[in-house]
Design a binder for this molecule. Structure first.
Ligand SMILES: Nc1nc2c(c(=O)[nH]1)N[C@H]1C(S)=C(S)[C@@H](COP(=O)(O)O)O[C@H]1N2
Ligand SMILES: [Mo]
Length: 168
């Protein structure tokens, strides 16, 4: 009889811990990559931290320059199998990248704006600025778009990359 109680306690303990883990995983901030991709992705801060970083400078609204370190968006799109580089021609040039943020803010790029065979600018998904991790109201991922006169597309708390064909 005692054994049955032990088993039940163990059983409920297991259910509880697995539910807790499932919950903490969905609560962890991530960036998903979806749409016209061959390999949809979900990247967490730990995944981004492991990837090769680049640093770019972006002007803030008050005109001061700040450095941002992160993973080039091109690398992320390549991982997801988006038609970049030699595949970015013909109808693929009418695809766009929509970047969505936690507060509902959205910004848009043509794929050519992200591709270094077209542009010298490197758009980065940053996880740190001026040598420090992004503050919680900006992070864990902020887009850093260099070479722009205002930081309106350098959107913070990025949650989604969506690649689609522009349609009339
Ligand atoms: N998620 C999110 N990012 C955003 C915005 C926003 O409303 N939501 N505003 C943008 C605009 S319009 C500007 S000008 C800059 C302001 O950045 P700053 O406070 O670093 O100057 O953030 C950009 N990033
Ligand atoms: Mo702005």
């Amino acid at each position: 009889m005692r054994c049955i109680y032990c088993f039940l306690i163990f059983f409920f303990f297991m259910i509880n811990t697995s539910l807790l883990f499932a919950q903490s995983d969905t609560l962890k901030p991530s960036v998903t990559v979806d749409g016209e991709v061959t390999k949809p992705l979900k990247l967490y801060a730990a995944d981004i931290a492991k990837m090769k970083h680049s640093t770019v400078n972006v002007l803030s609204r008050d005109g001061k320059e700040h450095s941002y370190s992160g993973v080039p968006v091109l690398e992320i799109l390549n991982m997801a199998g988006v038609t970049m580089g030699k595949d970015l021609h013909g109808e693929n040039l009418s695809k766009y990248l929509l970047v969505k943020c936690a507060d509902g803010y959205e910004v848009l790029f043509s794929l050519a704006e992200i591709d270094t065979t077209f542009t010298n600018r490197t758009v980065v998904l940053a996880d740190s600025t001026d040598g420090k991790l992004l503050p919680s109201d900006r992070g864990p991922f902020q887009l850093a778009v260099p070479g722009e006169k205002k930081p309106a597309r350098s959107c913070f708390q990025v949650t989604e990359f969506i690649v689609k064909f522009a349609k009339e």
